[in-house]
Design a binder for this molecule. Structure first.
Ligand SMILES: [Zn+2]
Length: 259
């Protein structure tokens, strides 16, 4: 509390609060005032920081379902050490390598030193979105601005912005994706790309490559399929700006969790 006036205001707020059961408050410590009293002094409550973080995550496009995707929860046990991918590595070895690359990227980007991003390849349900979201959560928690875009939704939003009654603006949407320090493009490729969409993706990737702004990309396409979907000139830029890592799992991990 900076001065007596604020302290007086705070006491007034507390006095005027209706006397309801404690569990009616989201924060029982401060009864949602944002301040806690101790020895007649008011201190900012811990919930302020949590609320601020929750707002920043929401603003970064990290939806409720992605919040629990944290490095600490990544489970290598889902990746078999008795199955081999075409490259000769076991599924477990691939996952270990990818996991450590994702963490390395996050730690480097948290210091504003990441120039090269990562493209995570693999089938549906092998943990790509998990790792992309874990990077996003980590970075927001370390005060780095991130934007998590699900590509099909992003393109739909852009298309919608052209409608007459839309309150969305194409250049605002694209500008944010261009300039954000770390951009995550989740599910690139699972779409029928029109020439217009291809061009949007190309200019976005090209801008970020030229300005050394890293991207994390997830896709269930291999490079040939990706060439067909978004075009060679975009794919060649992605290869230039991203390390490529592959994840393989015996079965869909999301489904395994439900069993
Ligand atoms: Zn509180």
């Amino acid at each position: 509390m900076k001065n007596d006036l604020e302290k007086a205001d705070f006491k007034k707020i507390l006095k005027n609060l209706p006397h309801t059961e404690a569990d009616n408050y989201q924060c029982t410590l401060c009864q949602d005032t944002g301040w806690v009293l101790k020895d007649d002094m008011a201190y900012p409550c811990a919930c302020r920081k949590q609320n601020y973080l929750a707002k920043r995550k929401e603003n970064a496009g990290i939806t409720a379902g992605l919040l629990e995707y944290q490095f600490d929860n990544f489970n290598l046990g889902y990746y078999a050490d008795y199955l081999q991918s075409n490259s000769g590595s076991t599924y477990r070895q691939l996952a270990e390598k990818t996991f450590s690359a994702a963490k390395h990227f996050a730690y480097t980007a948290a210091k504003n030193q990441a120039r090269r991003g990562i493209m995570l390849e693999g089938d549906i349900g092998v943990g790509k979105t998990f790792l992309a979201a874990a990077i996003a959560n980590y970075l927001v928690e370390h005060d780095i601005d991130v934007l998590f875009l699900i590509v099909p939704e992003f393109l739909d939003q852009l298309r919608f912005s052209y409608q007459e009654n839309s309150n969305l603006n194409e250049s605002t949407i694209v500008d944010r994706a261009r300039h954000i320090p770390v951009l995550i493009l989740d599910d690139l490729g699972a779409h029928n790309f029109s020439p217009w969409m291809r061009n949007i993706i190309f200019t976005l990737i090209n801008y970020r490559l030229n300005n050394l702004l890293p991207c994390i990309i997830t896709t269930n396409l291999n490079l040939t399929e990706m060439n067909d979907a978004i075009g060679y000139r975009t794919v060649s830029r992605i290869i230039e700006m991203c390390e490529i890592h592959r994840l393989c799992a015996e079965k869909d991990i999301r489904r395994s969790k439900l069993i």
